[in-house]
Design a binder for this molecule. Structure first.
Ligand code: SF4
Length: 359
């Protein structure tokens, strides 16, 4: 705005119109004088949001959105009313919330799972997104845009409360680090979602974990482990050959946690592969001494995957071994499995029955 010969507060007005009020065209920014709006338009400026191209609704209330970007590429964004217990025990307000109690906004708390890339290059063997390969990085505006369109669709108006964000959708955020961080800052300062309500999950891009720890504004960190030793982890996540468990755990131990904050380790349980009691004990030793909790996720089924979902009993036994040793461990609820919205299932599946209208 200064460059256009305007007062600097005009820039603030545009920022608020875009991110707080989610205005979709320049002409609707009523805080700007009409002639300035026309001038910006004449100069070729435009504003806008991604488009919801399809919407799939699960019997558990989860909604999977197929979000179309300006170039026609699509990513997936998931709305989980009542969350998936991913925040449990992480020491923050978001983790402390209970699920009971009605509110004016029709949800007690909700979690939005956001994508950071079109597809993914990391190739975790248990993940359907990996089958897509990576097409491109998302820009910061496209990452924020997913949150904005879902909030608008769910009629969540500012001030935004009880909404948590997890950057665990399609893509590896730390392979699109600059755009991801810019988006996180915009979400905090513009959209108004506190950083303590955001969690980013990495498959273990070790150098970026150090960079992330030095950021003045940052979400909480989750590290996807999925194997209790190098051989096992490399079989499930080939990335482990580049950054092995000793590199990764050193970065985890050195990660500067804030007061009350805990690191999260995610562990997808694959029947007969990494879910035995011996592996639980190995995991227990691996995370010993880190201020962390473990989120256990029973594999979500996918026809093209070479793994099976474990029995409930073995998931509970695995959890019990960790808890008995004083490691907080939580079993994440699968959300939206019937619509391919659960962890590791995001691959833009559209050949299922169209979603019924959501009130
Ligand atoms: S689990 Fe995450 S990092 Fe791994 S392939 Fe899937 S989207 Fe990529």
């Amino acid at each position: 705005m200064l460059g256009a010969g305007q007062a600097s507060f005009r820039g603030q007005q545009i920022f608020e119109a875009l991110y707080r009020h989610r205005i979709e065209n320049l002409d609707a920014i009523s805080t700007l004088p009409r002639n300035l709006r026309s001038q910006l338009e004449a100069e070729g400026w435009s504003v806008g949001m991604p488009r919801i191209s399809q919407k799939f609704v699960s019997s558990d209330g989860t909604i999977r959105y197929l979000v179309e970007l300006a170039d026609g590429e699509t990513v997936e964004t998931v709305w989980m009313p009542e969350g998936d217990d991913g925040e449990s025990g992480d020491g923050t307000e978001a983790g402390d919330e209970s699920e009971s109690g009605a509110t004016a906004n029709r949800f007690t708390r909700a979690t939005i799972c956001v994508s950071s890339q079109v597809g993914c290059a990391v190739n975790c063997r248990f993940c359907l997104t990996a089958l897509l390969g990576v097409k491109r990085n998302l820009e910061a505006g496209e990452i924020v845009g997913q949150v904005a369109v879902v909030l608008r669709d769910r009629q969540v108006e500012p001030p935004i409360q009880r909404v948590n964000l997890v950057f665990m959708g399609m893509g590896e955020p730390f392979l699109n680090y600059e755009n991801f961080m810019k988006a996180a800052r915009l979400l905090v300062e513009g959209v108004g979602i506190p950083e303590s309500r955001m969690t980013v999950s990495t498959a273990g891009i070790v150098p970026r974990i150090y960079d992330f720890g030095a950021e003045p504004v940052r979400p909480k960190l989750a590290i996807s482990l999925n194997g209790s030793n190098d051989e096992l982890r490399a079989a499930v996540m080939p990335l482990n050959r580049k950054w092995n468990l000793s590199d990764l755990m050193e970065a985890a131990r050195k990660f500067p946690l804030r007061a009350r904050e805990r690191l999260t380790f995610e562990y997808v349980l694959l029947a007969g592969v990494n879910d035995s009691p011996a592996q639980a004990r190995e995991l227990r030793e691996l995370v010993r001494g880190v201020r962390a909790k473990v989120n256990l996720i029973a594999l979500n089924p996918g026809a093209e995957l070479p793994y099976q979902t474990p029995e409930k009993q073995s998931v509970l036994e695995f959890q019990e071994i960790l808890v008995r040793a004083g490691v907080p461990a939580f079993v994440r609820k699968p959300r939206g499995r019937d619509i391919y919205a659960a962890c590791g299932q995001l691959k833009r599946t559209i050949d299922i029955a169209p979603a019924p209208a959501v009130p």
